[in-house]
Design a protein around this ligand. Structure first.
Ligand code: AMP
Length: 414
């Protein structure tokens, strides 16, 4: 029965077959974050528009083109969050987390919104999970962040992942470099795409991301920031690399790597998976030492990343998982209904997945249903109070005592 309504353009429904893989992914991430001491937090789905304009950057694609911005009934300009870092920094300041022992290590997962042109792996509502480590400039924090994303992708079995690594230097170093880059772009203005030409002053770094042929030519001879790093920026970057080397994490230095948000300083990184095609990044992030100050707080160095849940699932390209249950409790007679409910609860409390017929089916119908939902065993409660346990794979059936049901169910398990 098709409804006349459809999910809005660029959005999607998560159906049960997909929900299972998604839960597994979120569970794996939560376990990895917990083991490393990252505490889960959540922020609202919308914030003051100005938080993103200031935080993400006035000249970025996100702010200029992609935000879902609206006015509420009180005349405030609000925006559905396009990313998670600025809101977490806002919360860090609002709740005085700078007074806690530093660094504060946080993790999150949830929906984000960007008004982009939808295509495979790019949606208007998508989901990210990520971490933020706030209050330290130690290269160890950069390395730990990268290692955790690497571990997650490894544990999930995302194939063909490559890590690209770069450094944007500190804010001061970047300022000098940007002047040099602008001069290079101006000297080749005629060869640049219209979009890049119009944004030489606003956002020259994005020229590295252009797929326009002329612009790409100009960028092959452009100065790179990695080649201009000096002093502590060089040492910091070298230490991050040494830590990754020591951890056995392979990476490729990409001097042309840039990210779509303005707040990054020093380390930036991107995990890509070629199997994904055009939208090949599964996750990425970097250091943002100036953001909290930019939002009105004290100077507070920080590093973090976000990974796209849909991108990871696409890269895994798993067969949709079929359902599986440990048990189904069937009744041969209506009189057994309450007992069935009690036994199902008992099984669930013991940690087994168990279902009971909610559809008022006859015994034959219940067995068919149990098979359909992937129940491995069916407990059949007979009218006389006796019980049979049926193995759905072998078809074998034997009498059991429901008094020691859990033992009956978990003993003899293969
Ligand atoms: P960003 O916040 O832009 O650094 O992106 C971090 C990650 O979020 C990317 O690596 C993608 O995996 C994912 N992502 C970003 N934008 C989208 C989108 N429109 N649709 C789906 N995933 C996205």
């Amino acid at each position: 029965m098709a409804s006349k309504y459809q999910a809005p353009r660029g959005t999607f429904d998560v159906l049960p077959e997909q929900g299972r893989a998604r839960s597994r992914l979120e569970g794996a991430a939560a376990a990895i974050f917990a083991r490393a001491g990252y505490e889960p937090v959540a922020t609202p789905s919308f914030e003051d528009t100005d938080l993103f304009v200031r935080g993400v950057g006035r000249s970025t694609d996100i702010v200029t083109k992609e935000m879902f911005t609206f006015e509420d009934k009180g005349g405030r300009s609000l925006t559905l969050r396009p990313e998670g870092t600025a809101p977490i920094c806002r919360a860090y300041l609002e709740h005085g987390m700078h007074k806690l022992a530093q660094p504060v290590k946080l993790c999150y997962a949830g929906p984000f919104f960007r008004h982009e042109r939808p295509q495979a792996g790019r949606y208007r509502q998508f989901h990210q999970l990520g971490i933020e480590c706030i209050g330290t400039d130690s290269p160890l924090a950069d390395a730990e962040a990268i290692m955790l994303l690497s571990e997650l992708l490894g544990e999930l079995g995302v194939p063909g992942v490559q890590l690209r690594l770069g450094s944007l230097g500190s804010l001061e170093a970047r300022r000098e470099y940007l002047e040099e880059l602008k001069a290079h772009l101006r000297a080749h203005e005629g060869e640049l795409s219209k979009e890049v030409r119009e944004r030489i002053d606003l956002n020259p770094l994005r020229a590295f991301d252009s797929d326009d042929e002329g612009t790409r030519g100009v960028m092959t001879t452009a100065p790179t920031i990695v080649g201009r790093l000096a002093g502590e920026d060089v040492e910091h970057f070298a230490e991050v690399r040494a830590l990754l080397d020591a951890a056995g994490i392979a990476y490729e230095i990409d001097p042309t790597l840039v990210r779509g948000l303005d707040y990054y300083t020093r380390t930036i990184f991107s995990f890509v998976c070629d199997a994904l095609g055009a939208q090949s990044e599964v996750g990425g992030g970097g250091r943002y030492d100036g953001l909290i100050e930019q939002l009105g707080g004290p100077p507070t160095p920080a590093v973090g990343w976000a990974a796209g849940i849909e991108r990871i699932l696409l890269a895994l390209d798993e067969e949709e998982e079929s359902a599986e249950r440990d048990a189904f409790v069937a009744i041969a007679d209506e009189g057994q209904r309450r007992r069935a409910m009690a036994l199902t609860t008992e099984l669930r409390r013991a940690g087994l997945s168990a279902e009971v017929d909610l559809g008022g089916r006859g015994l034959k119908g219940q067995l068919k249903h149990a098979d359909r939902i992937g129940a491995r065993r069916v407990l059949i409660l007979e009218a006389d109070g006796s019980a049979q346990l049926r193995d759905m794979q072998s078809g074998e059936q034997r009498a059991v005592h429901t008094g020691n049901l859990i033992e009956e169910m978990t003993g003899g398990d293969s």
